[in-house]
Design a protein around this ligand. Sequence first.
Ligand SMILES: NC(=O)c1ccc[n+]([C@@H]2O[C@H](COP(=O)([O-])OP(=O)(O)OC[C@H]3O[C@@H](n4cnc5c(N)ncnc54)[C@H](OP(=O)(O)O)[C@@H]3O)[C@@H](O)[C@H]2O)c1
Length: 344
Amino acid sequence: MYNINENLKIMIKTIVLKNRPEGKPAVSDFEFIRDNDELSIKDGELLLETTYVSVDPYLRGRMSDAKSYTPPFELNKPIHSGVIAKVIESKNDKFKTGDFVSGMLDWKTKQVATGEGLLKVDASKAPLSAYLGILGMTGLTAYSGLTQIGKPKAGETLVVSGAAGAVGSVVGQIGKILGLRVIGIAGTDEKVEMLKTEYGFDAGINYNSTENMTAAIAEAAPKGVDIYFDNVGGPISDAVFFNINQFARLVICGAISVYNNTELPKSISVQPFLIKNSALMQGFIVSNYEKIFPEAMKQLSEWLAEGKLTNTETIVNGFEEIPNAFIDLFDGKNLGKMVVRVEI
Ligand SMILES: NC(=O)c1ccc[n+]([C@@H]2O[C@H](COP(=O)([O-])OP(=O)(O)OC[C@H]3O[C@@H](n4cnc5c(N)ncnc54)[C@H](OP(=O)(O)O)[C@@H]3O)[C@@H](O)[C@H]2O)c1
């Protein structure tokens, strides 16, 4: 316990963005700062100790200064992402010492927060890290994109790219619960095996060892593709377009295969596929669907408790490992949600 009133000097570690990455991010794009800060909280504030940090592909976009749906990270300022933290001192009536909260917080071992945008999370209902994944942003993304844009009907065929990752693994499992034929695309044989044995997908394709992706998708989806949940973009998605059915829905969630590009990607033109199939292609940001978050959380929690959903996480230990864990997403080192456990 830290006694704020005595203005103890507390060692705080912070990670700031040092450079805007060129291509794939490198550890040298990040800087660690160690301060002996005197942390004191005012009325309405909380002192938080970081427990888990979420690393996510979308953070790559915020590290560049291109215009997007959120402002870029500032150079030499702390990076922030989804964080689970423990309240170690509170002058805010809504939170008490010992509570765990989730929110968009700085990559710092300890920090002062106002309480705005923080949600209490219940460690007795699910592991704390799950609130950054299946019961957090990535689970909500999977549920919202699939149900609101994919509009699945039992018996249809769903293809998911990035299928063994945080969003993709949940999308495919929801697809199975809703009675779809589910085909997952991932980057290793181990991942493809997991899709079938752990999650019950009907088929899996390793895009790294498959020469003709268009033919492999046609074989796995003999009745064609009704819903494509796209996490990766690029040539994998091009191969799916050749297999879509009339009135197909293409749910554009992410495009990790091009996030590190330094030149404009060369892709086929999607318009003829959309026209001849009267297909819908829609991009989205999870926050578009805030209105259905309570319903989504209730449903995801129920399916998890009933054992219908499997929660897979790759947990990396140590605050110092946050940049590496983030970079590893681009090499497919994670199964399910990549999370860093911060050891104090
Ligand atoms: N729209 C939204 O609101 C929203 C919200 C959350 C996430 N997203 C997006 O959804 C996608 C998945 O996010 P996530 O958090 O679930 O990440 P994730 O899938 O858990 O991790 C990234 C995965 O991407 C795959 N990958 C990396 N480079 C690739 C490449 N060049 N080509 C194909 N696959 C590649 C890797 O798996 P393999 O081994 O299979 O290659 C890696 O494990 C990302 O594009 C992310 O930006 C969007």
